[in-house]
Design a protein around this ligand. Structure first.
Ligand code: GTP
Ligand code: SPV
Ligand code: MN
Length: 595
C-alpha cells in the first residue's frame, strides 16, 4: 500500500516526518497479506540473509550478527522528565537529551532502504482490550516476524479510521546503505550505538541499532510490557511477563494459571506442557505476556496480546516440549540455529546431533568441535494457532479467569520446588523478591543470581516501587476473588550439580497440588517462607524420584534463608518508593525464621 492511501492524517504526518529524518529510498505501508510476507522473505533470501529450509514447509533460517543475539538491558531506557519516575532499576535519560542523541543517529539511517509502516494490533483486532501500534522499520526481517507475532495489516488501519489512537514505534537497524550496496550480512549498529528507548508519558517507542527479537519486534517487550505496564498502572489493570494456561482436571473442572518466570526460565515450556498425570489436560493461552483486568464479576481475567511464539530453541525437543515442536513444523522462522546439510535446523538438546552443519556464526560445525551449534538464545518464531494444544479461548477478548498466579526463577539452591503465599500481600512480597540466575536472553553474563521482581526487572515501564504499590492495590480491589499465589523452582540442584526435579511435563504434578489447594482438598505445612506440600499430597505416581531428592526439593533451610534476608534487605534498600506493607512482610519473614 502507498502512503497516499493512508486516511489517518496524524499517522500520515508522523510517517512523513520520520521519512524526512531517516531518508529511506521508498515507503511501503503493510497490508498483512501473504504476498507481502513472501515478498519480504524473497528479498531476504535474494540478499543472502535468509535460507530456505527444505525440510520444513515455508520456513526460513537466519543468522544474526554475532553481536546482535539478545536483548540489551544496558542500552534500554525508560525516559521520563523526572528520573524518579523511571525508578532505581531502569536506565534513565532526560527525554529531550535522549531524543537529540537518537535523532542524530536516525538522520539518514534508512538510506537506500525501504521504510515499512506496519499497522499492528496487540490483542484481537477491534476488541475492547486490544491496543494498536504502528511500527516503522527498515527491516524486512522485522516485517515477517511481526506478521507472525502480532495481527498486522489493513484491518488494523480500518479500526484506526481517520483519527483513532495508536502507539508509534520507530525502529531502524542503524545501517544505512551506500548507493548500489546491498546487505551481505545481518545489518545492525555496534552495541554503543544501540538504543531501545521508551517515553511512557507520550506512549512512544524509539529503537535503534538492533534487528533482534525484543529489541526490534516492538509490539512485544516495548509495547506490550514496558509501555503497557505504565498505561495499566494509570488505568487500573496489569501488563505482566506471564504465560497463561488452562488446566482441566479429570472431573472436567478448569483452572486458569498465569506464571511469571524471568526470560529463558520456562514459560513457553510450562504454557504447553503435556501432563504426565492421568486425566489432566493442559491448553496454552499464551507463553510470554499477559494483560489482566478485573472483570464484571470482580475476578481477574487474562488475555494474551500476542499472536505467535518467539521461543528459546535450545533445549526444545519432542521429550521436553513436544507441543512446541509441533508448533514449529512449518511457517516458522529460525534465528541463530545450526543449519543442517539436509535443509533443516538443529540446536543443542533437540535430538541427535548431525555429523556436520553450519553453526550460528556461519562456520563449519561438527559435534564435539568445542563450539555451540546454535546460540544459547537461538529462537523460533511460530504462529500460536499452530500449537496443537492452543486453548479454544486464546483469542477470546474477555480473556480467561485466573485462579492461580505463580512466580519463579532459576535457583540452584535455597528455594523449594513449590511454596504457597499466606495471603495476597505475602504473595506480592514473594514476587518482589523473586530472584534468578541470569540467562542468555540478555547480552551480559549468564548464571549470576540477581533479583528480578515479578520477572519484570527488564520490562517495567515505571518506578518498580510504584509497581509494587500497584500490585498491592490490585489485590485490595480484587479482595476475596483474588487468585492464590505460589512460587516454584524447577531448577534446584544436588550438590553434584544434577537437576533434582525432572521438570517439563512432570511439572503438572506441582500444578495439580496447587489446584487441589485452591479447592481445599489438601492441607499444607506452614514454614517460615510459606506453605509447602505434605509429601503424601504430591502426586508422584509413576515418577522415579529418590526419597532424599524429594526431601531436598522441599527443604526450607533456615540458615540459607537467614543469608537470604541480608540480600533481600539490600534489594529493598534500593527503593525509595517501597510500600510499608512489603517492609512488614519482610519483618514477618524474619520473625517466622526466628521461631
Ligand atoms: P522467554 O521467551 O525468554 O521469556 O523464556 P521462557 O520463560 O519462555 O523460557 P523457555 O520455556 O523457553 O525455557 C528456557 C529454557 O529452560 C529451555 O532451554 C528449556 O528447555 C529450559 N526449561 C524449561 N522448563 C524447564 C524445566 O521444567 N526444567 C528444566 N530443567 N529446564 C527447563
Ligand atoms: C525474553 O527475553 O523474555 C523474550 C525474548 O521473551 S525477546 O523477545 O527477545 O525479549
Ligand atoms: Mn519473555
Amino acid at each position: 500500500m502507498k502512503l497516499e492511501q493512508l486516511r489517518h492524517d496524524k499517522l500520515k504526518a508522523w510517517v512523513e516526518e520520520v521519512a524526512a529524518m531517516c531518508t529511506p529510498k521508498d515507503i511501503y505501508v503493510c497490508d498483512g497479506s501473504t504476498k507481502e510476507y513472501n515478498d519480504c522473505m524473497k528479498k531476504l533470501i535474494d540478499d543472502g540473509l535468509a535460507k530456505v529450509l527444505t525440510k520444513r514447509k515455508n520456513s526460513f533460517s537466519f543468522r544474526s550478527d554475532p553481536s546482535d543475539v539478545a536483548r540489551v538491558e544496558d542500552r534500554t531506557y525508560i525516559s521520563y522528565p523526572n528520573k524518579e519516575d523511571a525508578g532505581p532499576t531502569n536506565n534513565w535519560m532526560e527525554p529531550n537529551e535522549l531524543k537529540e542523541i537518537m535523532k542524530g543517529l536516525y538522520k539518514g539511517s534508512m538510506k537506500n532502504r525501504t521504510m515499512y509502516v506496519i499497522p499492528f494490533s496487540m490483542g484481537p483486532v477491534g476488541s475492547h482490550i486490544a491496543k494498536v501500534g504502528i511500527e516503522i522499520t527498515d527491516s524486512p526481517y522485522v516485517v515477517c516476524n511481526m506478521h507472525i507475532m502480532t495481527r498486522v495489516g489493513s484491518k488494523v488501519l480500518d479500526v484506526l479510521g481517520t483519527d483513532g489512537e495508536y502507539i508509534p514505534c520507530l525502529h531502524s537497524v542503524g545501517a544505512p546503505l551506500a548507493d548500489g550496496e546491498i546487505d551481505t550480512k545481518w545489518p545492525c549498529a555496534p552495541i554503543e550505538k544501540k538504543y531501545i528507548s521508551h517515553f511512557p508519558n507520550e506512549n512512544l517507542i524509539w529503537s535503534y541499532g538492533s534487528g533482534y527479537g525484543g529489541n526490534a519486534l516492538l509490539g512485544k517487550k516495548c509495547l506490550a510490557l514496558r509501555i503497557a505496564s505504565a498505561i495499566a498502572r494509570r488505568e487500573g489493570w496489569m501488563a505482566e511477563h506471564m504465560l497463561i494456561l488452562r488446566l482441566t482436571n479429570p472431573e472436567g473442572k478448569r483452572f486458569h494459571i498465569a506464571a511469571a518466570f524471568p526470560s529463558a526460565c520456562g514459560k513457553t515450556n510450562l504454557a504447553m506442557l503435556q501432563p504426565t498425570i492421568e486425566g489432566w489436560k493442559c491448553e496454552c493461552v499464551g507463553d510470554d505476556i499477559a494483560w489482566m483486568k478485573i472483570g464484571k464479576d470482580g475476578r481477574l481475567y487474562a488475555i494474551n496480546p500476542e499472536a505467535g511464539f518467539f521461543g528459546v530453541a535450545p533445549g526444545t525437543s519432542y521429550d521436553s516440549n513436544p507441543m512446541a515442536m509441533e508448533s514449529i513444523k512449518e511457517n516458522s522462522i529460525f534465528t541463530n540455529c545450526l543449519e543442517t546439510d539436509d535443509g533443516d535446523v538443529w540446536w543443542e538438546g533437540k535430538d541427535e546431533a548431525p555429523s556436520h552443519g553450519i553453526d550460528w556464526k556461519g562456520n563449519d560445525w561438527t559435534p564435539g568441535n568445542g563450539e555451540n551449534g546454535a546460540h544459547p538464545n537461538a529462537r523460533f518464531t511460530a504462529p500460536a494457532s499452530q500449537c496443537p494444544v492452543i486453548c479454544p479461548d486464546w483469542e477470546n477478548p474477555d480473556g480467561v479467569p485466573i485462579d492461580i498466579l505463580i512466580f519463579g526463577g532459576r535457583r540452584a539452591s535455597t528455594v523449594p520446588l513449590v511454596h504457597e503465599a499466606y495471603d495476597w500481600d505475602h504473595g506480592v512480597f514473594m514476587g518482589s523478591i523473586a530472584a534468578s540466575e541470569t540467562t542468555a536472553a540478555n547480552i551480559g553474563s549468564v548464571g549470576n543470581l540477581r533479583r528480578d521482581p515479578f520477572a519484570m526487572l527488564p520490562f517495567c515501564g515505571y518506578n518498580m516501587g510504584d509497581y509494587f504499590h500497584h500490585w498491592l492495590e490490585m489485590g485490595d480491589k480484587i479482595g476475596d476473588k483474588a487468585p492464590r499465589i505460589f512460587y516454584v523452582n524447577w531448577f534446584r540442584k544436588s550438590p553434584d550439580g544434577k537437576w533434582l526435579w525432572p521438570g517439563f511435563g512432570e511439572n503438572a504434578r506441582v500444578l495439580k497440588w496447587m489446584c487441589e489447594r485452591t479447592e481445599g482438598k489438601v492441607n499444607a505445612l506452614d514454614t517460615a517462607i510459606g506453605k509447602i506440600p505434605i509429601e503424601k499430597d504430591l502426586d508422584l505416581k509413576g515418577l522415579d524420584i529418590a526419597d532424599n531428592d524429594l526431601k531436598e526439593l522441599l527443604k526450607v533451610d533456615t540458615q540459607s534463608w537467614n543469608n537470604e534476608i541480608s540480600s533481600i534487605e539490600e534489594h529493598f534498600a534500593k527503593f525509595s518508593h517501597l510500600p510499608d506493607r512489603l517492609k512488614k512482610q519482610l519483618n514477618n519473614l524474619k520473625d517466622r525464621l526466628k521461631k
